[in-house]
Design a protein around this ligand. Structure first.
Ligand code: ZN
Length: 285
């Protein structure tokens, strides 16, 4: 496995990459330009919001033609609806499904699709309309589709008691997320295959890049040329292990390091993730 480790002091030889910028530095700059304070968006002092920021935070350094969410975890449908109205979105039929995204993201996706089709390829939505915009309730339903079976499994394995399971089910969502992340530290995982963090399988409810309307799940993610075309149009894989998931950043790939992202290559696929030293120690070798 080859990995480009982009710690703040290293550069790749033989190209024009400038010194990479650590994520929190780039984030502070990006938010300042938008006159937003990080503490109101996603207080890094809170372990859950910090974790979410470091897993899904790439959208906050996206170009200025799109609007990042005002909070890193939405907690009500009303809040999501208001944000989606403020950001605006447009719709495009791809196959049988209408895909909805922020206008700039959709425009770039349509261009990427046209490029792909010129080469006899295609870019199509995975799982229908859910490939693009989602609302708050979608994100809760998808969370439960991982959370519930995992509870049953760990109960059957004797790793959780009935009492713990009942208690976890009854918690408010924000506490549920916090406790799931704690249990994962001792190997009680909630991803679909129960082998890794739920955050690599589905976003925490209210935290999805799909709610931000800056994510699109691609059927053809396996094709390296399709990934190249997506990247050319500002779409990158930014969530580790979520292979079909692409994020609209609207930036050039060569500029991503100075926007606080670093590349990590896993099985030939390049992920651009927040450049935070010490995060993903298990994967980053
Ligand atoms: Zn996705």
């Amino acid at each position: 496995m080859s990995t480009q480790s982009m710690t703040p002091n290293s550069t790749r030889d033989g190209n024009d990459l400038k010194e990479p910028t650590p994520f929190y530095e780039a984030l502070a700059k990006a938010l300042k330009k938008r006159k937003i304070n990080i503490e109101t968006v996603c207080p890094p002092s809170d372990p859950v919001s910090r974790r979410i920021l470091e897993e899904y935070g790439a959208i906050f350094v996206a170009n200025k033609k799109v609007l990042p969410p005002p909070v890193c975890v939405f907690t009500t449908e009303e809040q999501v609806t208001k944000f989606q109205e403020d950001a605006g979105f447009e719709s495009e039929f791809m196959g049988y499904d209408a895909v909805e995204l922020q206008p700039e993201a959709l425009k770039s996706l349509k261009e990427a699709r046209k490029d792909a089709q010129k080469e006899g390829l295609d870019i199509t939505p995975r799982d229908g309309a859910e490939a693009g915009r989602r609302n708050y309730e979608d994100s809760v339903r998808l969370w439960n589709s991982r959370f519930e079976p995992a509870l049953d499994y760990w109960l059957s394995q004797g790793r959780l008691t009935q009492e713990q399971v009942t208690r976890l089910r009854g918690l408010p969502l924000s506490q549920q997320i916090a406790e799931v992340l704690e249990l994962e530290k001792i190997g009680i995982y909630f991803s679909k295959d129960l082998s890794k963090s739920i955050l690599y399988s589905i976003a925490a409810p209210g935290a999805s890049q799909h709610i931000a309307m800056l994510a699109f799940d691609v059927n053809e993610f396996d094709n390296p040329r399709v990934r190249e075309i997506m990247a050319k149009h500002g779409w990158f894989q930014t969530v580790l292990s979520d292979l079909p998931h692409f994020t609209y950043l609207g930036l050039k790939e060569k500029d991503l390091p100075k926007h606080g992202l670093r590349s990590l290559e896993i099985n030939g696929q390049v992920f651009w993730i927040p450049n935070v030293p010490g995060v993903h120690p298990g994967l980053d070798k």
